[in-house]
Design a protein around this ligand. Sequence first.
Ligand SMILES: [Zn+2]
Length: 399
Amino acid sequence: MVKISRFGKTIGSLVLIPPTSHNSSQPNNPIVVRDLIDHSTKHWNRDLVTQHFEPQVATKILNIRIPLQGEDQLHWTLSKKGYFTVKSTYLGLTGALSEFQNHSPGSGDTWKKLWNLKTLPKVKLLLWKCLNDLLPTKVKLASFIEINSIFCSMCKSKPEDAKHLILECPFAKAIWFSLPFGFIPQLHSNLSLQEWILSWLQNNEINVNIDNLDWPHVAALVAWSIWKGRCFNVFQNKPLNTKSTSKGILYLLESVKTLNDCGQKLGINTNSSHIPSTNSKWTPPLGDFIKISCDASFDPSNLSCGIGLVARNNAGTFRGARVVACNAVDAENGESLTMWEAVKWAKEMHLQKIILESDSKQVISALKGDQTQVHWQNNTILKDCEYLLSNFTLWSLDI
Ligand SMILES: [Zn+2]
């Protein structure tokens, strides 16, 4: 069966509606998708949809946004850009893609939290490698090349995979035990390493606050120090030393804490991976433009999205605000829908000269013409934004 996408969402077998108990009176006259749409209002024909589909399917269909213009397109759903690539096919077949997509609902927030951790970049990189199963352990290397042994370099008794190294190896356990955080790795033996990291990165499941340092920061630094100890042992033949490794961890924690405290006093963001906005201070629009500041909040746990819009003029005077609750697939989808709501709102207010301000570089780049920046599903939303924006006297984008 060929997958057909309409309005930026795959609806597959919905293209032709087979005879069912609902429409068996017309077995030789199947209706097609366009028959389900009221083209004058650009809305679904609710009665027809609910009449022909099971309630769950009907709800999904009715939640599909119908664009104002454009034509149906075929999309390769395994790639972000919607084009066929051998790589996406390979990843799809091997399951790597689904594994990645399992992270995807929370990926925006998860990766954001990871890269915003107030710790050293090399520590964040280690977490990223762990989450993507890229840590070059012996078990991992053995899946690519021939090596003498897959057993742990430190204890020599168990296969050396990432979870063993960070949580299960006697050396790792000794490090965790020696630190004053009361963390017992054995209590998390039912989780994979990725699940364990996600549990505190996404849900703050373990909420230990130590002198203004949160648990993700502490756990990441301990994991990195254990890995570093293992690498020194393997590559430089340095003996494993629980005491000095623990002391090093406490010293690093104290150093980063001091750095963060100083940064706070001076009003400096000491998070080295934080990319400051090019326009962190709000600037008023020129002349008779109205600037609409747009932002979205996405909750991956229930795919809900909150949209906030604020309009101000060149004197900084508040001209209005709007909040919208909706569903989104991910954070980028939420940001795209936010832009769509902003343009609709500006049209409702009969504004003619507007500036749309968003902190989503991808969405702004896509609206400026680089459609490869966003997922193909969001391109239909942004194309509708462009379509509506063409009716304004002047408009521009700000980030
Ligand atoms: Zn070991």
